[in-house]
Design a protein around this ligand. Structure first.
Ligand code: UT7
Length: 324
């Protein structure tokens, strides 16, 4: 069985409330909180994507009782690494001394942690690797246009990690039970961020917008229509019903999206934990940070069933069912 054996997370020390934002731009706590549920977010000042990832990774390894040298795989999901090269996963590998691991980044935006976990699980199912470190980490604050109040108020910074192990079956039928994942590049334009233009002695292209742009309503409609379907599909694939699920740990983009998913799935809101009030949307980091806070606060009991679901730029979306 493939099991999450440890989790960890790290958030920047500096908290910025909606009221703080309203002092520097034309917005209000009323607008942000009524439309999204977000009241504050942590923004990196001294912290880095790699530094927060290392902290989260060390906590996850400690809880799992796994030494860094025992890792054979590190996958880091991020759209905001500190450097283009080397990769975040390789920087973490060096910092923690995971000398026997292969390390690489996986970029699937807000579905990144989920897709990384599924990728690690596929390696494990085929017998290639046994001990994996999965990271979701972002400093999204540097990707935002701070003159665009429609996007910059939504996002935050932070990192989460989990240690995934291939263990002998202990008779509980636990661990990862099923996953499904999708993408639709044809609709990718609704949530985008440009890169540096081609510029060399033989060609010079106009720079693209290097900050995140979003058609909020299109992303909203995409989320509320696809997430219930993909969650239902993953639960059915696991041979379970929605009533069998104890916690739905969804990507933390917007409280109204989560409420709409709960309503469409006919499941009570108590099963949908949230941290977006204090953290905003941290893309690939939101699911592992929330999972770690549930774990650390003893809110998940042994053998409880959890759905993890991600959705976002690409477009990408997916869900996994795990038994704790
Ligand atoms: O990981 C996935 C990430 N993305 C998402 O989850 C986004 C999903 N979408 C949403 O959450 C919502 O679409 C938003 C919260 C982003 C926006 O809510 P909305 O109800 O769709 O608002 P809107 O974009 O239609 O804007 C309504 C008004 C506009 O003013 P006018 O044109 O009606 O005068 C905006 O200019 O609200 C204005 N507005 C703001 N006002 C105060 C936009 N941003 C702000 C702001 N403060 N921060």
């Amino acid at each position: 069985m493939i099991k999450i054996c440890g989790t960890g997370s790290a958030l920047p020390a500096h908290t910025v409330t909606n009221d703080d934002l309203s002092k520097i731009m034309d917005t209000s706590d009323e607008w942000i909180s009524s439309r999204t549920g977000i009241r504050a977010r942590h923004l990196a000042v001294e912290e880095t994507t790699t530094g927060m990832s290392v902290k989260a990774a060390e906590q996850a390894l400690e809880e799992a009782g796994v030494k860094a040298e025992e890792l054979d795989l590190i996958i880091a999901a991020t759209l905001s690494p500190d450097h283009i090269l080397p990769t975040l996963a390789c920087e973490v590998q060096a910092a923690i001394g995971a000398t026997h691991a292969v390390a690489f980044d996986l970029h699937a935006a807000c579905s990144g942690f989920l897709f990384s976990m599924n990728t690690a699980a596929a390696y494990m199912q085929s017998g290639v690797y046994k001990n994996a470190l999965i990271i979701g980490a972002e400093t999204l604050s540097k990707m935002m246009d701070w003159n665009d109040r429609g996007t910059c108020v939504l996002f935050g910074d932070g990192a989460g990690a989990a240690v995934l192990r291939e263990l002998p079956d202990d008779g509980t039928n636990g661990g990862l039970k099923a996953f499904v994942q999708y993408s639709d590049g044809a609709r990718g334009g609704v949530l985008a961020c440009g890169n540096r233009p081609v510029c060399h002695p033989f060609a010079s292209h106009e720079p693209e917008n290097q900050y995140v742009t979003m058609d909020g309503q299109a992303v909203y409609k995409f989320a509320v229509s696809t997430v219930p379907k993909v969650v239902t599909e993953a639960v059915e694939k696991a041979g379970l019903t929605l009533a069998d699920i104890d916690h739905f740990v969804l990507h933390q983009a917007n409280q109204r999206i989560i409420e709409s998913v709960a309503k469409r799935l006919k499941q009570p809101m108590e099963k949908f934990p949230m941290n977006l009030q204090d953290c905003g949307n941290i893309s690939a980091a939101s699911v592992p940070i929330l999972l770690d806070s549930l774990n650390k606060n003893d809110m998940i009991k042994a053998n409880e069933r959890i759905v993890l679901a991600g959705f976002g730029a690409g477009l990408t979306w997916g869900a996994a069912v795990i038994q704790w």
